[in-house]
Design a binder for this molecule. Structure first.
Ligand code: HEC
Length: 474
């Protein structure tokens, strides 16, 4: 299976640059119960628990004990937990799972000091993942892919497009959304969008049948870029890639789930060598207090506009590239030049002019195998520049959503820059074909530039515009 193979490769490659750290051992040897368990529960257990992405559970002393040496080496080298941001050039993030130097020293001293268990009385309660949702509680509502998809043992599958109707007529707002595959071994990545379907079209087994009886909204047949259903009114809800699949907004800031629209489930599966099945679920937790603002997601470079249309501005290797964009579309313009063969440090910067006061909440980098680094910089009206997120070594295997601890106010007249760098040289160990020019598309051997940025527009006040309906439960 491709994804695991990539992850394994990553370990082999990373192991060659172990940073040696002198651990400052505390005076007493730390014990698991007193010193280590809380670190494992807070910073490791989201992935290291039964049924999750990591190979072993670290939920108890018995689980962790046999792995002590490996744990020491992975945390000292900072390979674990995976976290791409350079925090010296990044604002504090509320979902930061990286370890402090003191936590690293504690783990090292625990291993060096004999891997003591300690007193049961000191053991903190283990986190509760019983619901199976990373969010930790049962969603208010679970929506399922309209059909169970059967993944063949072999071959290359295009992105599968399924549709189901949003089961309410008025817009509602979600504080948390989480996507959960029923079979995570086969899911490579996924995205959930909302779309409109044409008059006279109908749903049949999760596909849309147009008025003329032909299947529509299935890219394969139309040669469209794969994140593009070709249907109007498209907007994104969330992405699932390794390291992410849970979007947690703020108590009074929600993601709009538009009534009357259709959910477009886009799933890219990788065959594993034997026939598999999946039926991915979407968990929704509605806001519990009235929502004042809605979260919008754009990529740096695309217009902020709350309205459709507008110019997108990119700079490729210093040269301006402009095109008319539909903010709902992830389509890269034809005018964006391809990345030349062997280019080692090829730059693409997206520039979003901030046309009204906004509040920024989160950012997530998405690139493919040539992605080298991605950095968000705010240029304020007085010319001051502030780097708010720097991911210096982009890792295709770990694409986090970086959630600001304190939302950031950005005044009108500022600019949001997303500075991307690509490495198409032989020095990039992930590069499948340095001798080829790289095109913009969704296949992992092609490239993407998606510095997703989540924000709300300050002047919006949903409580005034119309009574909020999100409190209505099923
Ligand atoms: C975001 C998910 C995630 C988090 C958080 C995480 N890990 Fe991992 N860990 C993985 C995955 C996936 C692997 C297997 C592939 C790899 O090594 O990249 C792994 C592998 C490991 C290994 C190597 C196992 C082997 O086969 O040799 C160790 C040791 C480890 N993790 C320790 C930790 C510790 C300790 C923490 C917390 C301080 C932690 N991890 C946090 C996902 C995670």
């Amino acid at each position: 299976m491709k994804r695991l193979a990539l992850i394994t490769l990553g370990v082999a490659a990373l192991a060659s640059f172990n940073v040696s750290a002198q651990s400052q051992a505390p005076r007493h040897a730390p014990t698991f119960a007193k010193d280590v368990a809380s670190i494992m529960f807070n910073k490791c257990a989201t992935c290291h628990r039964p049924g999750e992405v990591a190979p072993m559970s670290l939920m108890s002393y018995e689980d962790a004990r046999p792995w002590a040496k490996a744990i020491r080496s992975k945390v000292v080298s900072r390979e674990m937990p995976p976290w791409g941001a350079d925090m010296s050039q990044t604002l504090p993030m509320r979902n930061d799972i990286s370890l402090t130097q003191q936590e690293i020293d504690t783990i090292a001293a625990w291993v060096d000091g004999g891997v003591a268990r300690g007193n049961s009385a000191d053991m903190p309660p283990a986190p509760n993942f019983k619901t199976g949702w990373t969010a930790g509680t049962e969603p208010d509502l679970v929506l399922e892919m309209p059909v169970e998809f059967e993944i063949p043992a072999e071959g290359e599958l295009g992105v599968q497009m399924f549709y189901s109707k949003v089961p309410w007529d008025e817009d509602r707002f979600a504080e948390i959304v989480e996507l959960k595959p029923s079979n995570r071994a086969v899911l490579h990545h996924a995205g959930i969008y909302f779309v409109d379907i044409p008059e006279g079209a109908r749903l049949e087994n999760g596909r849309i049948i147009g008025p003329d009886g032909k299947v529509i909204g299935d890219r394969g047949s139309r040669g469209l870029p794969s994140t593009d259903s070709g249907l109007p009114g498209s907007s994104k809800l969330l992405s699932w890639v390794p390291g992410r699949g849970l979007d947690h907004h703020r108590a009074d800031i929600g993601k709009r789930i538009p009534g009357g629209k259709y959910i477009n489930w886009q799933l890219h599966y990788n065959p594993t060598g034997k026939p598999e099945k999946d039926r991915t679920k979407l968990g929704i937790w509605f806001n519990k207090v009235p929502v004042t603002h809605e979260v919008l997601i754009r990529q740096a470079g695309d217009p902020l506009a709350t309205t459709r249309g507008g110019l997108s501005i990119y700079r490729a290797e210093g040269r301006e590239v402009e095109y008319k964009a539909d903010p709902g579309s992830t389509r890269r313009s034809r005018t964006t030049p391809n990345i030349p063969a062997y280019a080692e440090h090829w730059r693409l910067t997206g520039i979003t002019p901030v046309t009204e006061d906004i509040t920024l909440y989160a950012m997530s980098p998405h690139m493919h195998l040539r992605g080298k680094s991605l950095k968000w910089v705010i240029v304020y009206p007085d010319g001051r520049e502030q780097t708010i997120l720097n991911v210096p070594k982009f890792d295709f295997n770990w694409q986090f959503n970086y959630e600001l601890k304190e939302p950031l106010k950005i005044p009108a007249g500022s600019k949001i820059l997303g500075l991307g760098v690509y490495d198409n040289s032989v020095r990039n160990k992930w590069n499948p074909a340095p001798h080829l020019e790289v095109y913009w598309s969704e296949q992992s051997w092609d490239e993407m530039y998606q510095p997703f940025t989540e924000y709300s527009v300050d002047s919006q006040d949903l409580t005034v515009l119309k009574p909020v309906t999100q409190q209505q439960r099923r």
